[in-house]
Design a protein. Sequence first.
Length: 417
Amino acid sequence: MTTELRVLEPSEWEPWFGALELAFGGNDPWPGDERAFFHGRTEFGRSLGVWDGEDCVGTAGAYSFRLSVPGGALVPAAGVTMVSVAATHRRRGILTSMMRRQLDDVRSWGEPLAVLTASEPAIYGRFGYGTATQGLSAEIDTSRVRLTAPATGDAADGSHEVRLRRVRPDDPAVRDACEAVYAAEVAGRPGMLARQPGWEGLPVVGGKPKDGASALQCVLAERHGEVVGFTLYRLKPQWDDAGPRGTVELDDLYARDPAACGALWEYLFGIDLTSTVRTGNRPPDDPFQYLVSDVRRCALRVRDELYLRPVEVGAALEARTYRTPVDVVLAVEDAFCPWNEGTWRLSGDSKGASCERTGDRPELALSVRELGAAYLGGTSLTALAGAGRVRELRKGALAEASSAFGSDVAPWLPHGF
Ligand SMILES: CC(=O)SCCNC(=O)CCNC(=O)[C@H](O)C(C)(C)COP(=O)(O)OP(=O)(O)OC[C@H]1O[C@@H](n2cnc3c(N)ncnc32)[C@H](O)[C@@H]1OP(=O)(O)O
């Protein structure tokens, strides 16, 4: 088999995307507007195709993202996407060849991080990606579970009150207002992506009617006319002999303060003719868990979400801040990107950090995959050490580093890409 790996040309997009669709199991092309959305987002200089003669047999892309990290910086990160190999050409190293080329490219572009969401968790660890964020899913029995929103304030004229308003999600003014609420959250929550041009259309494209559910609906939370939160959801009606038992399929909910957040959740819980609120990916520390009467009937589950790989260890560790002061020598293993191998001294605190090569004796040993898992503060180094994935070589180094790497706000990736 002779195949050629090359950078994707715009004229090759159709067979390239068609190969991806096929590799994901369907003969059916994606709906036209979703295709158009992803066509518009394709960055040709950063996308790879593998060709066997005329046939596209491998695909991979890398969006130019900026990822929020602890401390609030937005760090350039390659958003690895559209990865596939034709079923006829699997397990012959084509994915490995694309990962090799891509990580070399990402390094040459000066991006310290690469991130992705994985179709299967088993695929990317070998290339140095660790699970950096988790998403919380819930299926809440709202016929039994009560949610009590916090008091909105005690102004006699009710001026602290949150008002809810139903709007069209595709109205440009609504989108701008929702984007502003999203943007305000990014720096404060590691793992979120600063919106790149064009990506503001994702919630609407991704929220198309599916599985008998309604079109996307949007409710704004406003205070003094200012939008302080919003939710996007679909309603899925269902009836049986006992009457209505519809479902609220929640896509998005963002709020700038607890009162707005509580008001939006309370609204979702109270929609007539529904008895379930279902959601697939909320932050692990989502406030609704602390407002409900019966968390057990919320059927909470956590799932791996964002995988992160430090492409340049030094630059990556310098790009974030640390919750508590840290001064530790890390021995990093990185067989796939050997330029990261070796010992690094990380010194940092809540204001900044330096991370430089050193000849000093290592104090903590770990692979780049564990560094990726711990990077956003969602996976503790202590937990990884408990699994034998991090080794403490100087007593006290583990506790010091683990506390420093942590994040009080759970890192979270709101959507796939
Ligand atoms: C970010 C994203 O886009 S995620 C989407 C990923 N794509 C998909 O899931 C679509 C369906 N699957 C595929 O297209 C292919 O099976 C791919 C892309 C996952 C793998 O492509 P291949 O060319 O077969 O991988 P390659 O031959 O380079 O395998 C490298 C190693 O990974 C292992 N591997 C590859 N895929 C898998 C998998 N799905 N599960 C477990 N191990 C895997 C191989 O066994 C091999 O291991 P080895 O080095 O120990 O022998």
